[in-house]
Design a protein around this ligand. Structure first.
Ligand SMILES: NC(=O)C1=CN([C@@H]2O[C@H](COP(=O)(O)OP(=O)(O)OC[C@H]3O[C@@H](n4cnc5c(N)ncnc54)[C@H](OP(=O)(O)O)[C@@H]3O)[C@@H](O)[C@H]2O)[C@@H](O)CC1
Ligand SMILES: Nc1ncnc2c1ncn2[C@@H]1O[C@H](COP(=O)(O)OP(=O)(O)OP(=O)(O)O)[C@@H](O)[C@H]1O
Ligand SMILES: [Mg+2]
Length: 364
């Protein structure tokens, strides 16, 4: 997708490009009929529709208030990290904090823990994931956690995966919302029953992870020609869990409705952007479920949360790229979380200010 840097004329040009290229589609059954009408349209009405979808996200964001105590805005746990991958769980956990959670825990391996801790004093890091008592060690914390993000940087070690299986089962029993990403999705592809039919789970596969899941669950690889149908089918086959297929456009479905986010991001594909998304989604999922469907106009709260996380990630990418261009890394994007969140979700009319002018189509 085209991205411009800097000067006013270029920003105006980018706005035009964005108006033409960014699209959001939210549709309900009957799916195929709506799809045919929805995708060719790029109309002035679309801008209003995009704004309406962002408004649904705004509706679930809890206000900041003096009477609230620490923890009420969210206590999020990230399960992941291993000696090779310490960045991914850090990116997810710090993103959860910067979106607005009060406390962010990381459950990781003994070796990875001090490394992750050294990145930030703000994270609470538990070196338990490779311990024989890992499941019990994490279970002790579950009553205090509002959502889990499972998988960033986990790796594929059998012992770790077995422990994570136990953590998933314990979390599901407690009804804790779970975002599953990266190697957590590898585990789900091996054992779909772990999350089958669990309505509080969101899967966030990238292209490769989606193909792997589609083959494992549907028995056929990704149908690149009809991503909407593929995402919807995968969701349905897993019992209407929410699926976010990341890519040039992010396609989100709970098996009934589907939604596309192609808000302008950046051309940089540096590692870690998916981790930022999954950490952000952990918080938004908690907020959306707490708010309930009355605040999301009857749409699934997790669908709205997922749209919010995708829009936010892409907005961070865009803002970071405007400053750093080709040198942009995920750390630069994380610095944009505050301003991007404000721009999208804390203004009433100016959500697309600063030269960002996405359009979209919304069919509820
Ligand atoms: N700093 C850190 O600690 C980070 C750690 N991370 C952690 O790394 C672990 C593995 O995660 P992953 O995403 O690299 O593994 P996986 O999905 O198997 O992809 C592997 C290969 O698939 C391809 N490929 C990927 N996308 C594609 C696409 N859209 N379209 C087409 N092909 C595509 C591409 O291979 P290529 O074809 O380019 O050789 C790619 O190299 C996991 O724990 C994760 O959390 C990351 O979070 C990053 C930051
Ligand atoms: N071609 C693209 N154009 C614009 N945005 C994209 C593109 N591909 C991915 N993104 C955005 O980047 C974010 C992360 O998606 P990506 O596919 O890179 O995840 P990932 O591979 O899991 O990342 P990670 O490196 O963290 O594992 C999503 O918000 C997605 O919308
Ligand atoms: Mg990833």
């Amino acid at each position: 997708m085209a991205t411009r840097v800097g000067a006013g004329a270029a920003v105006a040009g980018a706005a035009v490009v964005a108006v033409l290229s960014a699209a959001l589609v939210l549709y309900g059954p009957p799916l195929d009929a709506v799809l045919n009408r929805a995708f060719p349209l790029h109309t002035a009405r679309s801008v209003t529709d995009m704004e309406a979808a962002l408004q649904l996200v705004r509706n679930v964001v809890p206000p900041l208030a003096a009477w609230k105590h620490k923890g009420q805005a969210g206590r999020i746990g990230v399960v992941g990290g291993c000696p090779e991958y310490t960045g991914a769980p850090y990116f997810a956990a710090i993103s959860a904090l910067k979106v607005g959670a009060d406390l962010s825990h990381v459950f990781t391996t003994q070796d990875a823990a001090p490394v992750i801790k050294s990145y930030s004093p703000e994270l609470i890091v538990h070196p338990v994931l490779d311990s024989p008592s890992a499941v019990q060690d994490v279970e002790k914390w579950l009553p205090r956690l509002h959502a889990l993000v499972v998988g960033p940087g986990l790796g594929r070690d059998d012992v770790l995966l077995e422990n994570v299986k136990g953590i998933l089962e314990a979390s599901r029993t407690r009804g804790i919302p779970i975002v599953i990403d990266a190697d957590g999705l590898w585990l789900v592809a091996q054992q779909p029953a772990l999350i089958q039919g669990y309505q509080k789970v969101v899967l966030t596969p990238n292209h490769v992870e989606f193909s792997r899941l589609a083959e494992a669950v549907l028995g056929d690889p990704l149908d690149g020609r009809d991503r909407y149908r593929s995402v919807q089918r995968l969701s349905q086959a897993l019992g209407n869990v929410t699926v976010v297929q990341k890519g040039e456009q992010d396609v989100i479905s709970d098996g009934g409705q589907a939604l596309t986010c192609s808000r302008e991001g950046s051309g940089r594909r540096c590692g870690g952007q998916g981790d930022l998304l999954s950490g952000s989604l952990g918080v938004l999922a908690h907020w959306a479920l707490l708010a309930g469907p009355e605040k999301t106009n009857g749409s699934s709260p997790l669908l709205v949360a997922a749209f919010g996380a995708c829009a936010l990630t892409r907005q961070c990418a865009r803002q970071a790229f405007q400053k750093h261009g080709r040198a942009t890394t995920t750390t630069d994007m994380i610095r944009e979380l505050g301003p991007a969140f404000s721009r999208l979700f804390e203004t009433s009319a100016g959500a697309d200010g600063g030269g960002v002018a996405p359009t979209g189509e919304l069919h509820l």
